[in-house]
Design a protein around this ligand. Structure first.
Ligand code: FAD
Length: 492
């Protein structure tokens, strides 16, 4: 419960860094407020399974307040931090026209990273990234929708285009997406359509580098590429995307030649950009901010000159640590330990942050994965089993683990996908909101500015219709008056 005398810890973000730092403060004599742009804790590594119909969003994104319901020193608010004032020690946050200003004694900034299109933000309309639940659901609608529209068309060229999927970026996300789309087309969907043959689908994986999953080393990279190609993925390396629109992707290869690939569905899995909050605080305290938006922190993950402000996870730049979940978890926990060390009776933490690399893994196909932990490398089925166990362990909540396991049995043993539901709003929502422009101000009831909605498309509820009718009657009467008045001579 909140107490005026206890230090107030504000945590921005409910991802790996935010949630794990809050949990590590469970036994500390502090009040914690988590400011989360979204109401859930997202397990990003499994987003691709939501996009390809294996898992539901709820399984990988449990409500943050439910996860923390027993931790009485935490309060969760759904709001987007829009400003941080280091001198005044305040965070300003906004949600659906509600503004909140919080004073902090300690601040943990764990707002993560978004997708980077390397200066080509207009690509995002045609090639959604893979960072949020919205992204995954939009991609799910586009992937399954492409097969649906291909079934409708009688034009063979258009059909071919609709059945060509391009994934940009051959890191873990791109590899997993490409592998899953190939599997979907060759197994789950193979006998469901009458006019198209889903097994003829082309899945192309592009990357500017000359290896897939380069961070895993040569041997595992070669193994991953071979498994992908056996699963039906065309891997094109040394391939830089120079243009992208609704119908195609233009690629320039290292040898200088270019290719235009006709493709309907595109997925962007290349490049990340840290939250703009990094630059906001970097500018205030003089910390260096890289082109990727990451802010350089002290060895104890604090901001220069601000020993009570920590930047953790994907947002921070320290010793070239990668943007992975373990870095976020460990820096979040370290920040919590530093804070606890400063509380009365605490043991001060004087050691700098030290990262313990627990290894990394990526799934390539059904029953096929690669894994690297120190000197240990594994491929194929053993790596896949290790992947399965570890991911199950990190999914939050017993209920989610149980249903995830069930959905994996359906997908991996039975070829089925039990989460294929898509809606029209998931498909077109982003585009529609973009067309409404920055002035569109939604509230939980609707919008604060209903007059900005084109009246031809506004819903006609009884009150609005009555008001509109009244307005129309008044306008007609006033028009009638105006028509009469000028001809009337002034009385007098
Ligand atoms: C598709 C995908 C697959 C991945 N696969 C792997 C993998 O296999 N293994 C691995 O180790 N790592 C993987 N990663 C990376 C890993 O997920 C990240 O490194 C990790 O999530 C970083 O944690 P974080 O707390 O820094 O940020 P995040 O987990 O991204 O959390 C940031 C949080 O801040 C919130 N937020 C953002 N801005 C604001 C704001 N202004 N106000 C309030 N809240 C805000 C966000 O909504 C989010 O809840 C993957 C990432 C993606 C996207």
């Amino acid at each position: 419960m909140a107490s005026a005398s206890r230090p107030h810890v504000v945590i921005i973000g409910s991802g790996f860094g935010g949630l794990f730092s809050a949990q590590a403060l469970a036994d500390a004599d502090v009040d914690i407020t988590i400011v989360g742009k979204v109401t859930y804790h997202l397990f990003q590594p499994l987003l691709y399974q939501v996009a390809t119909g294996i898992l539901s969003p709820g399984e990988i994104a449990p409500a943050t307040r439910e996860v923390l319901k027993r931790q009485k020193n935490v309060k969760v608010i759904m709001s987007e931090a829009t400003d941080i004032n280091l001198a005044a020690q305040t965070v300003t946050a906004e949600a659906l026209s509600h503004e909140t200003v919080l004073h902090y004694d300690y601040l943990i900034i764990a707002a993560g990273a978004g997708q980077s299109y390397f200066g080509n933000d207009h690509f995002s309309v045609f090639a959604p990234g893979m960072k949020t639940v919205d992204d995954a659901l939009e991609l799910r609608a586009r992937i399954f929708g492409s097969f649906e529209v291909a079934e409708l068309t009688s034009d063979p060229e258009e059909r071919k285009r609709l059945l060509t999927f391009v994934v940009v970026g051959a890191g873990p996300t791109g590899v997993e997406m490409a592998g899953q789309i190939a599997e979907l087309s060759r197994t789950t969907l193979r006998s469901e359509f009458r006019n198209i043959d889903p097994t003829q689908t082309r899945v192309i994986l592009l990357d500017g580098a000359d290896k897939v999953l380069g961070a895993f080393g040569d041997r595992l990279s070669r193994s991953a590429q071979k498994t992908l190609e056996e699963a039906g993925v065309e891997v094109k390396l040394g391939a830089l995307v120079t243009d992208l629109d609704g119908n195609s992707v233009t690629v320039k290869y290292k040898d200088g030649h270019t290719e235009r690939i006709e493709a309907g569905c595109k997925v962007w899995a290349a490049g990340v950009q840290a939250s703009p909050l990094g630059k906001l605080v970097g500018d205030q305290c003089g910390a260096e901010v890289g082109r990727d938006g990451r802010v350089a922190v002290n060895p104890d993950v604090t901001l220069p000159g601000n020993p009570n402000v920590f930047v953790v996870g994907d947002m921070m730049a320290l010793n070239k640590l990668p943007g992975v979940a373990q870095v976020a978890i460990q820096t979040g926990r370290y920040a919590a330990a530093k804070i606890k060390g400063e509380l009365p009776g605490g043991t001060p933490v004087t050691e700098p942050f030290k990262y313990h690399d627990k290894g990394s893994m990526a799934v390539i196909s059904r029953f096929g994965a690669i894994m690297k932990a120190g000197k240990i490398e594994a491929t194929g089925f053993p790596a896949w089993v290790a992947w399965l166990g570890l991911h199950l362990l990190y999914i939050v909540g017993f209920k989610n683990r149980a249903t995830t396991l069930l959905h994996w049995l359906i997908a991996f043993l039975g070829n089925g996908r039990s989460e294929r539901t898509t809606t029209r709003q998931q498909l077109i929502g982003r585009l529609a909101v973009r067309q409404l422009g920055p002035d569109f101000k939604p509230t939980i009831q609707g919008t604060t500015e209903p007059h900005k909605i084109d009246p031809r498309h506004a819903p006609k509820d009884a009150a609005v219709a009555a008001a509109a009718d009244k307005e129309q009657t008044a306008a007609a009467a006033s028009a009638k008056d105006e028509a009469v008045t000028p001809t009337e001579p002034p009385q007098g």
